[in-house]
Ligand binder design. Structure first.
Ligand SMILES: CC(C)(COP(=O)(O)OP(=O)(O)OC[C@H]1O[C@@H](n2cnc3c(N)ncnc32)[C@H](O)[C@@H]1OP(=O)(O)O)[C@@H](O)C(=O)NCCC(=O)NCCS
Length: 254
């Protein structure tokens, strides 16, 4: 029998030791640089692991002054997966954005990403967002925060993505370049909802996952190009928002 423990923390509770562990999980399990890695920077070598130091992780996922959350799962006292998220407001609505989601290779495809995202969600969240090259991350978010990828509303993404992201305290979200036919109707490369992040990570694994996913369902976000990531934005629909809204609201990003 194994011991599985999920824990959730506010951003301010994260110690350097916790970030070192998270950085190690990322460095060993996130992915490798692709053939055009040099476009991301001289530090990126094709075939070598994408790495993130503790300090860069803090800067990227726990920006100063932002309301951030962290959830992790340990299996037999070993870090098996974690998720970082940041919250801000847009049009007086609480946005919860997943800034990093990683599950250890040994523990994938058993619902851990969905469970981690369930730890992060709060009753007063009204919009969820994620940028990821991995279709499984989008599937997991659509399941944890909504009713599955089949019910994603593309018109909501088209109308609100730019403004939601501009209000973000997370630099790479704020500066992301929207791509796809949702945002430019002249686009003919099959990209529907993506961002160009200049992040030339190897897409072999995400593309294999995409091919597999497409055999079973209608994938709404289109093609995945090098240097791009899928963009997913989900609206929480409630009959009466005021009833479920708590009094504590995150610092405004807008
Ligand atoms: C993306 C990632 C977090 C998914 O973690 P996971 O724990 O394996 O995901 P889950 O088991 O919760 O599965 C979520 C959904 O994706 C599907 N899925 C998971 N891995 C898949 C794969 N390799 N191919 C196809 N579908 C896959 C699952 O079947 C499930 O779909 P369902 O709910 O419709 O059944 C993990 O693969 C990972 O860490 N990848 C590297 C880092 C990364 O790309 N992170 C995203 C950046 S934000």
């Amino acid at each position: 029998m194994s011991k599985q423990l999920f824990e959730k923390f506010d951003g301010g509770e994260l110690t350097d030791d916790m970030l070192v562990e998270a950085s190690q999980l990322f460095n060993e399990n996130y992915g490798v640089w692709g053939k055009d890695a040099a476009k991301s920077g001289a530090f990126a070598k094709p075939g070598s692991r994408v790495r993130l130091s503790k300090d860069r992780l803090r800067a990227q996922c726990l920006p100063q002054g932002a309301a951030c959350s962290y959830a992790r799962v340990t299996i037999d006292d070993r870090l098996a997966g974690n998720v970082f998220a940041c919250r801000w407001t847009y049009n007086d609505r609480i946005v919860c954005w997943v800034t990093q989601l990683v599950v250890h290779h040994d523990f994938r495809e058993r619902g851990i990403a969905v469970s981690l995202l369930n730890q992060i969600r709060q009753d007063d969240d009204e919009v969820y967002g994620l940028m990821s090259s991995h279709p499984a991350a989008c599937l997991a978010a659509a399941k944890a925060f909504g009713n599955g990828i089949g019910t994603v509303r593309l018109d909501f993404i088209r109308k609100h993505a730019a403004a939601v992201m501009k209000a973000s305290p997370v630099g790479y979200v704020k500066d992301a370049d929207l791509r796809g036919s949702l945002f430019d109707t002249k686009e003919t490369n099959g990209v529907v909802s993506s961002v160009y992040t200049n992040f030339f990570v190897d897409h072999t694994e995400p593309l294999e996952a995409l091919a597999w996913v497409r055999e079973g369902l209608d994938w709404p976000l289109g093609e995945l190009l090098d240097g791009h990531e899928f963009l997913l934005l989900l609206e929480v629909r409630r009959r009466d928002r005021s009833r479920s809204r708590s009094t504590s609201r995150p610092q405004t990003g807008s």
